[in-house]
Ligand binder design. Structure first.
Ligand SMILES: [Zn+2]
Ligand SMILES: [Zn+2]
Length: 155
C-alpha cells in the first residue's frame, strides 16, 4: 500500500509515462489521460449529488492531458454559470466537470480502468450532503464550503 500511496505525491519521470484509460458505460466516450491524477475527492454538493445519483467521486488532470479516442456520445450540460458537466448522451454516464476558470478537467473516478493508482483524498461540501448517509470524517475533510469548514459528523 505504501508503494501506491507514494505515487500521487512523487511526480517523477515514471509518472509522466503513466496513462490512464477511461470510458463511459457504452463506450461511445473513450479517452486516455497522460500523467499524474489528483487525489480523489468526494463532493457532496447538491449538483454533484443530482448529476451522479449519490455523491460524486472525482479526480482531475490538466485539460491537455486528455486525449479522446471517441467523443461521439459526449454532451455538455451547463450546470452553473461557470461550470458544465460532461456526460454520455447514449448511456447516461456522468463523466466530467469543467469550470471555465480552471485549466484542469475533473473526471469521474469510477469510469477509469483499474489499476487507477488513485488515492482517496477526502470529502468536500460535506455540509451539503444528503441525510441518508454519514460522511466519514476519518477519511479526511479537505475543503471548506461557503458556509465555513465542515468538521462535525453528518450534521
Ligand atoms: Zn456511453
Ligand atoms: Zn459538487
Amino acid at each position: 500500500m505504501q508503494e501506491i500511496a507514494d505515487v500521487g505525491f512523487d511526480v517523477g519521470l515514471e509518472m509522466a509515462e503513466l496513462e490512464t484509460v477511461g470510458a463511459c458505460l457504452c463506450g461511445a466516450v473513450r479517452f486516455t489521460i497522460r500523467g499524474p491524477l489528483r487525489n480523489v475527492l468526494a463532493c457532496h454538493c447538491s449538483q454533484c449529488r443530482k448529476s451522479s445519483g449519490h455523491f460524486w467521486a472525482a479526480t482531475a488532470a490538466a485539460r491537455d492531458a486528455f486525449t479522446f479516442q471517441s467523443d461521439d456520445g459526449l454532451s455538455w450540460f451547463q450546470s452553473s454559470k461557470e461550470a458544465k458537466r460532461g456526460f454520455c448522451s447514449n448511456c447516461g454516464s456522468s463523466l466530467f466537470w469543467s469550470h471555465s476558470g480552471k485549466d484542469t478537467l475533473s473526471v469521474s473516478a469510477g469510469v477509469l480502468e483499474k489499476p487507477t493508482h488513485l488515492i482517496f483524498g477526502g470529502h468536500i461540501f460535506c455540509d451539503d450532503a444528503s441525510d441518508y448517509y454519514p460522511v466519514d470524517v476519518d477519511e479526511g475533510i479537505f475543503e471548506t464550503t461557503s458556509a465555513g469548514p465542515c468538521g462535525s459528523k453528518n450534521t
